[in-house]
Design a protein around this ligand. Sequence first.
Ligand code: FJE
Ligand code: FE
Length: 297
Amino acid sequence: MSSSSSSQDFVSRPVIKKVFAKLQKEGDGAVVRRGISRSEQKLLDPFLMLDEFSVSPPAGFPDHPHRGFETVTYVLEGGITHQDFKGHKGTIYAGDVQWMTAGRGIIHSEMPEEEVNKGLQLWINLSSNEKMIEPNYQELSHSDIPKTEQNGVEVKVIAGESMGIQSPVYTRTPTMFLDFTLQPGSQIHQNIPESWNAFAYVLESGEGGGVFGSSNSSPISAHSVVVFGPGNDGVSVWNKSSSKILRFVLIAGEPIGEPVVQYGPFVMNTQAEIDMTIEDYHYGKNGFEMAKYWRSQ
Ligand code: FJE
Ligand code: FE
């Protein structure tokens, strides 16, 4: 049990919205399921985007910029190679995480390594006083990600803490990112700080398996986002399938409460800051100095 309370007196947050993530094209020939987009940004502050990607060469995400937020890439199958305009380069494989703070500016490419490459990319907003910080990377190999198992529930703690174990990731915007696998018939009660926004994204579910918020609610199928409403305790989830596992990520974060103006891969507080960002990118200023010279290999 992940909660400090017993399951009897644990009151789950309710499910207030379900979104089936439809396929769409992104990057160069890549296909993503966009689970969180602009329409969920208000409900799910500080989260800006969640894509479940599936990409095969020669498709990928060639040279593109970011400013004003963080990208978290969690590989589920295959590998993704990342190169940026400051000479940073690396490949992350299944189970590995790259937690990138774009801050004032990154230009990078994200390209697949194998035949089949799948994973999640989450965009987390930064508060106004952190949007222009120096870019930073936290790279975690699967072996750096703490994992535990109890009563048919396995959790990998990518950010925050659960079931008594804690992630080494530093979150500038306080964030919880948990990867749960529930055996048939098992359940979890996960505490979440009261003021935080929370959602789940279902990766795998048997028919009738994934039940969220209340044990008699209708099951949620794979590739769906489940948005939770407010509550004191956290969330309850049941795997009611008799034979198949339930795998989902549970993501929660402290809302920033500032205006969000997004122009593609730039996320600032005002339109004037977006105009300045486009100018900085175009002329190679204020963090985009290398834009004029750099191309990925
Ligand atoms: C992007 C062009 C892009 N979802 N999921 C424009 F290429 C991208 C982009 C991605 C992305 C990358 C990975 Cl590895 C996984 C993704 C979009 O890089 F976000 C915009 N706006
Ligand atoms: Fe990117």
